[in-house]
Design a protein around this ligand. Structure first.
Ligand SMILES: [Zn+2]
Length: 81
């Protein structure tokens, strides 16, 4: 994949905030930053969608949090040098 706009450092720093973002724990500025990034970064967008679905699933089965194994997998998806 050769999307020039893709900045791994940016993706990784946002990745750490995604679960907080989904829990609405971030301030408006950071939410805006994430939304803006999602518009130009398809990988992060896919990652967020996957995370969102997983969080919903976890809530349904009343499991606390996102499994670390999945976090790792998503991280690899975003950070693919
Ligand atoms: Zn990204």
């Amino acid at each position: 994949m050769t999307d020039k706009k893709h900045d791994h450092q940016k993706c990784l720093s946002l990745f750490k905030k995604l679960s907080e973002y989904l829990d609405n724990e971030l301030d408006d500025k950071t939410c805006e930053e994430i939304r803006h990034h999602m518009e130009e970064c398809i990988r992060c967008k896919v990652c967020l969608e996957t995370l969102k679905r997983t969080v919903e699933l976890c809530r349904n089965i009343k499991t606390a949090g996102i499994p670390d194994s999945l976090k790792e997998r998503l991280k690899l998806m975003v950070y693919d040098p």
